[in-house]
Design a protein around this ligand. Structure first.
Ligand code: GLP
Length: 257
Protein backbone atom coordinates (compact mmCIF):
# COMPACT_ATOMS: atom_id res chain seq x y z
CA UNK A 1 0.00 0.00 0.00
CA UNK A 2 1.14 3.51 -0.72
CA UNK A 3 0.55 5.74 2.31
CA UNK A 4 0.80 9.48 1.66
CA UNK A 5 0.71 11.72 4.73
CA UNK A 6 -0.04 15.39 4.12
CA UNK A 7 -0.54 18.33 6.41
CA UNK A 8 -4.26 18.97 6.24
CA UNK A 9 -7.57 18.16 4.54
CA UNK A 10 -7.05 20.83 1.88
CA UNK A 11 -3.82 19.20 0.76
CA UNK A 12 -5.44 15.76 0.74
CA UNK A 13 -8.24 17.07 -1.50
CA UNK A 14 -5.83 18.79 -3.89
CA UNK A 15 -3.51 15.78 -4.06
CA UNK A 16 -6.41 13.48 -4.94
CA UNK A 17 -7.81 15.89 -7.52
CA UNK A 18 -4.43 16.24 -9.23
CA UNK A 19 -4.08 12.45 -9.25
CA UNK A 20 -7.52 12.00 -10.82
CA UNK A 21 -6.89 14.87 -13.25
CA UNK A 22 -3.70 13.20 -14.51
CA UNK A 23 -5.64 9.99 -15.08
CA UNK A 24 -8.38 11.81 -17.02
CA UNK A 25 -5.77 13.51 -19.22
CA UNK A 26 -3.98 10.20 -19.88
CA UNK A 27 -7.21 8.33 -20.61
CA UNK A 28 -10.17 10.60 -21.47
CA UNK A 29 -12.53 7.58 -21.37
CA UNK A 30 -11.43 6.60 -17.85
CA UNK A 31 -13.98 4.84 -15.63
CA UNK A 32 -14.02 6.41 -12.18
CA UNK A 33 -15.56 4.94 -9.07
CA UNK A 34 -16.76 7.82 -6.89
CA UNK A 35 -17.52 8.27 -3.22
CA UNK A 36 -19.77 10.47 -1.12
CA UNK A 37 -19.38 11.83 2.42
CA UNK A 38 -17.65 14.94 3.66
CA UNK A 39 -14.12 13.76 2.89
CA UNK A 40 -14.07 13.89 -0.95
CA UNK A 41 -15.76 17.32 -1.14
CA UNK A 42 -12.48 19.27 -1.23
CA UNK A 43 -11.23 16.92 -3.95
CA UNK A 44 -14.38 17.55 -5.99
CA UNK A 45 -14.04 21.31 -5.53
CA UNK A 46 -10.52 21.19 -6.93
CA UNK A 47 -11.67 18.97 -9.83
CA UNK A 48 -14.37 21.54 -10.65
CA UNK A 49 -11.72 24.28 -10.63
CA UNK A 50 -9.54 22.19 -12.95
CA UNK A 51 -12.48 21.85 -15.32
CA UNK A 52 -13.41 25.55 -15.20
CA UNK A 53 -9.93 27.06 -15.19
CA UNK A 54 -7.77 24.49 -16.99
CA UNK A 55 -10.30 23.02 -19.40
CA UNK A 56 -10.09 19.50 -17.97
CA UNK A 57 -12.89 17.66 -19.76
CA UNK A 58 -15.04 14.84 -18.41
CA UNK A 59 -17.13 14.53 -21.57
CA UNK A 60 -16.03 10.93 -22.17
CA UNK A 61 -15.50 9.85 -18.55
CA UNK A 62 -17.88 7.27 -17.02
CA UNK A 63 -18.56 7.14 -13.29
CA UNK A 64 -19.99 4.60 -10.85
CA UNK A 65 -20.80 5.59 -7.29
CA UNK A 66 -20.23 3.26 -4.40
CA UNK A 67 -23.63 3.36 -2.76
CA UNK A 68 -27.06 4.86 -2.19
CA UNK A 69 -29.59 4.97 0.63
CA UNK A 70 -32.64 2.74 0.19
CA UNK A 71 -35.96 4.56 0.13
CA UNK A 72 -34.66 7.93 -1.07
CA UNK A 73 -35.66 8.94 -4.61
CA UNK A 74 -32.81 10.27 -6.76
CA UNK A 75 -34.08 13.85 -6.36
CA UNK A 76 -34.31 13.70 -2.55
CA UNK A 77 -31.86 16.32 -1.23
CA UNK A 78 -30.21 13.67 0.97
CA UNK A 79 -29.77 11.04 -1.73
CA UNK A 80 -26.23 10.32 -2.82
CA UNK A 81 -27.37 11.07 -6.41
CA UNK A 82 -28.29 14.61 -5.28
CA UNK A 83 -25.03 14.90 -3.37
CA UNK A 84 -23.04 14.00 -6.48
CA UNK A 85 -24.98 16.47 -8.61
CA UNK A 86 -24.45 19.28 -6.11
CA UNK A 87 -20.82 18.54 -5.35
CA UNK A 88 -19.57 17.54 -8.81
CA UNK A 89 -21.74 16.47 -11.74
CA UNK A 90 -23.62 19.76 -12.23
CA UNK A 91 -20.34 21.69 -12.41
CA UNK A 92 -18.42 19.64 -14.98
CA UNK A 93 -19.12 18.56 -18.57
CA UNK A 94 -20.00 14.92 -17.84
CA UNK A 95 -23.21 13.72 -19.56
CA UNK A 96 -25.79 12.58 -16.97
CA UNK A 97 -26.09 9.29 -18.88
CA UNK A 98 -22.42 8.53 -18.10
CA UNK A 99 -22.94 8.79 -14.34
CA UNK A 100 -24.19 5.80 -12.38
CA UNK A 101 -25.45 5.74 -8.80
CA UNK A 102 -27.41 2.77 -7.42
CA UNK A 103 -31.17 3.38 -7.39
CA UNK A 104 -32.44 3.58 -3.81
CA UNK A 105 -36.00 3.09 -5.08
CA UNK A 106 -35.35 -0.09 -7.09
CA UNK A 107 -38.26 -2.49 -6.68
CA UNK A 108 -36.22 -5.60 -7.44
CA UNK A 109 -33.05 -4.84 -5.48
CA UNK A 110 -31.33 -8.13 -6.28
CA UNK A 111 -31.81 -7.61 -10.01
CA UNK A 112 -30.77 -3.95 -9.74
CA UNK A 113 -27.54 -4.93 -7.98
CA UNK A 114 -26.79 -7.60 -10.58
CA UNK A 115 -27.39 -5.05 -13.34
CA UNK A 116 -25.13 -2.47 -11.64
CA UNK A 117 -22.29 -5.00 -11.56
CA UNK A 118 -23.01 -5.86 -15.21
CA UNK A 119 -22.83 -2.19 -16.22
CA UNK A 120 -19.39 -1.94 -14.59
CA UNK A 121 -18.27 -5.03 -16.52
CA UNK A 122 -19.72 -3.67 -19.76
CA UNK A 123 -17.48 -0.58 -19.67
CA UNK A 124 -14.43 -2.72 -18.95
CA UNK A 125 -14.26 -2.30 -15.16
CA UNK A 126 -13.38 0.62 -12.92
CA UNK A 127 -9.96 2.20 -13.50
CA UNK A 128 -9.80 4.12 -10.24
CA UNK A 129 -12.06 3.78 -7.22
CA UNK A 130 -12.14 6.76 -4.88
CA UNK A 131 -12.98 5.83 -1.28
CA UNK A 132 -13.55 7.38 2.10
CA UNK A 133 -13.57 5.41 5.33
CA UNK A 134 -16.23 5.17 8.03
CA UNK A 135 -15.21 5.69 11.63
CA UNK A 136 -15.89 1.94 12.07
CA UNK A 137 -13.43 1.15 9.27
CA UNK A 138 -16.00 0.52 6.53
CA UNK A 139 -15.58 1.28 2.84
CA UNK A 140 -18.71 2.21 0.87
CA UNK A 141 -21.39 0.78 3.20
CA UNK A 142 -19.58 -2.49 3.84
CA UNK A 143 -20.20 -2.56 7.54
CA UNK A 144 -18.24 -4.72 10.00
CA UNK A 145 -18.77 -8.38 9.18
CA UNK A 146 -19.25 -7.82 5.44
CA UNK A 147 -17.75 -10.61 3.38
CA UNK A 148 -14.48 -9.54 1.84
CA UNK A 149 -15.74 -11.24 -1.35
CA UNK A 150 -19.10 -9.41 -1.30
CA UNK A 151 -20.70 -7.91 -4.41
CA UNK A 152 -23.19 -5.05 -4.84
CA UNK A 153 -26.10 -5.76 -2.51
CA UNK A 154 -28.45 -4.54 0.18
CA UNK A 155 -26.81 -3.78 3.52
CA UNK A 156 -28.14 -2.73 6.93
CA UNK A 157 -26.29 0.27 8.35
CA UNK A 158 -24.46 -0.12 11.66
CA UNK A 159 -25.43 2.03 14.67
CA UNK A 160 -22.21 4.03 14.46
CA UNK A 161 -22.74 4.82 10.77
CA UNK A 162 -26.30 5.97 11.44
CA UNK A 163 -24.93 8.22 14.16
CA UNK A 164 -22.11 9.58 11.96
CA UNK A 165 -24.46 10.32 9.06
CA UNK A 166 -27.24 11.86 11.17
CA UNK A 167 -25.56 15.26 10.65
CA UNK A 168 -26.74 15.24 7.04
CA UNK A 169 -30.35 14.41 7.97
CA UNK A 170 -30.85 16.59 11.03
CA UNK A 171 -31.96 13.75 13.27
CA UNK A 172 -30.90 10.12 13.74
CA UNK A 173 -34.45 8.88 13.10
CA UNK A 174 -34.40 10.24 9.55
CA UNK A 175 -31.29 8.32 8.44
CA UNK A 176 -32.34 5.38 6.22
CA UNK A 177 -31.57 2.02 7.81
CA UNK A 178 -30.63 0.28 4.56
CA UNK A 179 -28.37 1.02 1.63
CA UNK A 180 -27.36 -0.51 -1.67
CA UNK A 181 -23.58 -0.74 -1.74
CA UNK A 182 -20.84 -2.09 -3.95
CA UNK A 183 -19.27 -5.06 -2.21
CA UNK A 184 -15.71 -5.35 -0.98
CA UNK A 185 -15.07 -7.81 -3.81
CA UNK A 186 -16.44 -5.30 -6.33
CA UNK A 187 -14.15 -2.57 -4.97
CA UNK A 188 -11.08 -4.82 -5.01
CA UNK A 189 -11.58 -5.40 -8.74
CA UNK A 190 -10.94 -1.72 -9.52
CA UNK A 191 -7.51 -1.34 -11.13
CA UNK A 192 -6.53 1.26 -8.54
CA UNK A 193 -8.01 2.32 -5.22
CA UNK A 194 -7.53 5.79 -3.73
CA UNK A 195 -8.73 6.15 -0.15
CA UNK A 196 -8.85 9.57 1.50
CA UNK A 197 -9.10 10.12 5.25
CA UNK A 198 -8.97 13.33 7.23
CA UNK A 199 -9.54 14.26 10.84
CA UNK A 200 -8.82 12.66 14.18
CA UNK A 201 -12.07 10.66 14.26
CA UNK A 202 -10.61 8.51 11.46
CA UNK A 203 -7.26 7.83 13.16
CA UNK A 204 -8.26 4.51 14.77
CA UNK A 205 -9.98 3.19 11.64
CA UNK A 206 -6.93 4.14 9.57
CA UNK A 207 -4.53 2.45 11.95
CA UNK A 208 -6.65 -0.71 11.92
CA UNK A 209 -7.04 -0.66 8.13
CA UNK A 210 -3.33 -0.21 7.39
CA UNK A 211 -1.55 -1.87 10.31
CA UNK A 212 -4.16 -4.22 11.75
CA UNK A 213 -4.97 -7.72 10.54
CA UNK A 214 -7.02 -8.35 7.42
CA UNK A 215 -10.52 -8.66 8.82
CA UNK A 216 -14.13 -8.31 7.79
CA UNK A 217 -14.57 -6.26 10.99
CA UNK A 218 -12.61 -3.43 9.31
CA UNK A 219 -13.52 -3.75 5.66
CA UNK A 220 -10.97 -1.11 4.61
CA UNK A 221 -8.29 -3.62 5.70
CA UNK A 222 -9.20 -5.55 2.52
CA UNK A 223 -7.17 -2.90 0.65
CA UNK A 224 -4.12 -4.75 2.00
CA UNK A 225 -4.94 -7.32 -0.69
CA UNK A 226 -5.03 -4.74 -3.47
CA UNK A 227 -1.86 -4.36 -5.57
CA UNK A 228 -2.47 -0.66 -6.29
CA UNK A 229 -4.02 0.96 -3.24
CA UNK A 230 -3.05 4.48 -2.22
CA UNK A 231 -4.19 5.99 1.06
CA UNK A 232 -3.91 9.76 1.36
CA UNK A 233 -4.17 11.03 4.93
CA UNK A 234 -3.86 14.25 6.80
CA UNK A 235 -1.72 14.39 9.94
CA UNK A 236 -4.76 13.94 12.20
CA UNK A 237 -5.95 10.76 10.46
CA UNK A 238 -2.38 9.40 10.41
CA UNK A 239 -1.78 10.18 14.10
CA UNK A 240 -2.11 6.56 15.33
CA UNK A 241 0.05 4.90 12.66
CA UNK A 242 3.06 3.19 14.24
CA UNK A 243 5.01 3.19 10.98
CA UNK A 244 4.23 6.78 9.96
CA UNK A 245 7.93 7.70 9.70
CA UNK A 246 8.57 4.74 7.45
CA UNK A 247 5.68 5.71 5.15
CA UNK A 248 7.01 9.25 4.92
CA UNK A 249 10.49 8.02 4.01
CA UNK A 250 9.15 5.53 1.47
CA UNK A 251 7.07 8.28 -0.09
CA UNK A 252 10.10 10.59 -0.29
CA UNK A 253 11.92 7.78 -2.13
CA UNK A 254 8.82 7.16 -4.27
CA UNK A 255 8.62 3.45 -3.57
CA UNK A 256 5.18 3.44 -1.98
CA UNK A 257 3.29 0.31 -3.06
C1 GLP B 1 -20.57 6.91 4.37
C2 GLP B 1 -20.24 6.49 2.95
C3 GLP B 1 -18.79 6.09 2.83
C4 GLP B 1 -17.91 7.18 3.40
C5 GLP B 1 -18.24 7.39 4.85
C6 GLP B 1 -17.37 8.44 5.52
O1 GLP B 1 -20.69 5.82 5.22
N1 GLP B 1 -21.05 5.39 2.52
O2 GLP B 1 -18.47 5.85 1.47
O3 GLP B 1 -16.57 6.82 3.25
O4 GLP B 1 -19.60 7.79 4.92
O5 GLP B 1 -17.91 9.71 5.32
P1 GLP B 1 -17.23 11.07 5.71
O6 GLP B 1 -16.25 11.36 4.62
O7 GLP B 1 -18.34 12.05 5.74
O8 GLP B 1 -16.56 10.87 7.02
Amino acid sequence: MRVVILEDAQQVGSWAAEYIGRLVRQKPTVVLGLATGGTPVLCYQRIIAMHQEEGLSFSRVRTFNLDEYVGLPADDPNSYRSFMRQQLFDHIDIPASSTHVPDGMATDVTEHCRHYEQQIQDVGGIDLQLLGIGSDGHIAFNEPGSSLASRTRLKALAARTLQDNARFFGTLERVPRLAITMGVGTILEARQCLLLATGENKATAIRDAIEGPLTSQITASALQLHPQATLVLDEAAAAKLEQADYYRKAEALQVGC
